[in-house]
Design a protein around this ligand. Structure first.
Ligand code: URA
Length: 260
């Protein structure tokens, strides 16, 4: 930026920094908008959606990769440990290139509840466990608020390797990893799955709907009922979403209690 005559260098620097700050805020705010509304425009009354039941959909925006692509030994794994040892060196997508640790998932192998996030962040990549960073701490608190412990649920992600710079995993990466999540679900047999955030919800349900549209609905996936709420990292950025998230997880708990 060229200095404007009559303004001090101090002013110019402050102005430029302020501009950067504002730009970052605008970018973050747009990202947040996308997180909940996807490609839909904001509409106030979408936030007050009632619970409806939707049958498991067919893929509506991507073709599944050919079955032969996934036809490998790990499909015969009988336990989660066996499965993990068979897939933790996976190179099916480029995410393996920057991976420190494969983040398979953690929790009760017989859990009724599965929680599914997007993909490992820096801390998860370092430790090899899902949701161990700041967002993970909030997830623990959210679970506690609805009387679940981390130990009694199973926590996993759509992609098992960290996307560089914590970017959103792309559709090919999610498609490459989704069969592993399906196998985990087949072994654990949860009654209920909670998807955290738009990416996890779209990746699991193969839908392009916005988070706002999917929240409050009950979907079906691999024999389990699925509900969708905000990603804890989004809640950290935007505490205003904590209240609707609380409504979501209360419904989730209620559904679980009704199913027992
Ligand atoms: N965010 C996710 O989606 N998954 C993790 O494991 C950590 C942060």
């Amino acid at each position: 930026m060229w200095p404007i005559p009559g303004r001090s260098v101090f002013f110019e620097i402050t102005y430029a920094l302020m501009n950067t700050n504002i730009k970052q805020k605008i970018i973050q705010s747009l990202k947040d908008q996308k997180e909940i509304f996807g490609d839909d425009l904001f509409e106030e009354n979408l936030l007050k959606r009632k619970t409806t039941i939707v049958k498991e959909p067919k893929a509506d925006y991507r073709e599944e990769a050919p079955e032969s692509f996934f036809d490998e030994n790990w499909k015969s794994a009988k336990t989660l440990d066996e499965l993990e040892s068979m897939i933790n060196t996976c190179t099916k997508c480029p995410l393996h290139q920057n991976r420190n640790k494969f983040v398979f998932g953690k929790g009760n192998p017989n859990a009724d509840i599965m929680v599914v996030g997007e993909g490992p962040g820096a801390e998860e990549d370092k430790q090899g466990e899902p949701f161990v960073g700041r967002a993970g701490k909030l997830l623990t608190d959210i679970l506690k608020a609805i009387n679940f412990t981390r130990e009694e649920v199973y926590i996993a992600n759509v992609v098992k390797s960290r996307p560089p710079g914590n970017r959103t995993p792309n559709a090919d990466e999610m498609d490459a990893c989704l069969p592993y999540l399906k196998k985990q679900i087949a072994l654990i047999k949860p009654k209920l799955i909670l998807c955290l955030g738009l990416t996890a919800a779209q990746g699991v349900l193969k839908k392009r709907d916005s988070l706002t549209k999917m929240r409050g609905q009950i979907f079906e996936f691999e024999g389990a009922k699925v509900m969708v709420t905000y990603h804890p990292a989004a809640l950290l950025r935007n505490p205003n979403w904590k209240r609707p998230a609380w409504e979501d997880v209360k419904k989730f708990r209620q559904l679980y209690d009704e199913m027992k």
